[in-house]
Design a protein around this ligand. Structure first.
Ligand SMILES: Nc1ncnc2c1ncn2[C@@H]1O[C@H](COP(=O)(O)OP(=O)(O)O)[C@@H](O)[C@H]1O
Ligand SMILES: [Mg+2]
Length: 182
């Protein structure tokens, strides 16, 4: 992999990236997710520090340390990932598959949109007594006034486990398709 001179997305966001660039980063990661899903690979650690930006500001998904074959028997024996980005089903030790990556993608989009890192200042911290679901009121309160509506809708959909279950690439759902065609 070439050197990604602009570093990880979490750091780059501090520079003040435009909406079109942030949408394109989201598109690049969505494409990477679709390719992984087509090959039956779960990444399991989708987050803003594992998306790098090259010299042309194209986003590359990196860090395949936790990637695993979706059909692997070892998959369920240990939950893995970064807590703040992990899906409820992964945190609960339940069966998980591509929707878990989609959920982590959703949290990644929320950080890209709100410029707030999950877990910092208790933002988007999810609790076992609520089965680790995202609080919709907390999410709504973090919405920037100028975010493109469909970008925000996609982030919200991916953070909703009920919806993200239906968002599994390569069967791209309408909001993700819209994002890719943007
Ligand atoms: N190709 C690359 N270009 C630029 N920076 C990189 C590259 N690969 C990794 N890095 C940097 O190293 C960090 C850690 O890499 P990563 O693959 O996520 O491994 P890990 O998280 O297991 O240490 C990344 O967040 C990034 O800052
Ligand atoms: Mg990493």
């Amino acid at each position: 992999m070439e050197l990604c001179v602009h570093g990880a997305v979490r750091e780059a966001l501090k520079l003040g990236l435009s909406w079109p660039l942030r949408v394109r980063i989201a598109q690049d990661v969505a494409r990477a997710l679709a390719v992984l899903a087509a090959h039956g690979v779960l990444h399991r650690d989708i987050k803003t520090t594992n998306v790098l930006l090259d010299a042309a500001w194209r986003a590359k998904l990196c860090d395949f340390n936790l990637a695993i074959d979706d059909a692997s028997a070892a998959k369920l024996s240990h939950a893995a990932g970064t807590t703040e980005f992990m899906s409820p089903e992964a945190l609960l030790g339940d069966d998980f598959s591509f929707p878990s990556d989609m959920f982590s993608y959703g949290v990644t989009l929320v950080e890209i949109i709100t410029l707030r890192a999950p877990g910092v200042g208790d933002f988007l911290v999810r609790r076992p007594q609520e089965l680790f679901v995202v609080n919709p009121d907390e999410l709504a309160a973090a919405r920037p006034h100028d975010v493109p509506a469909s970008f925000w809708m996609l982030a919200n959909d991916c953070c909703d486990p009920e919806v993200s279950r239906a968002l599994t690439p390569p069967l791209l759902p309408p909001p993700l398709l819209l994002l890719l065609l943007w």
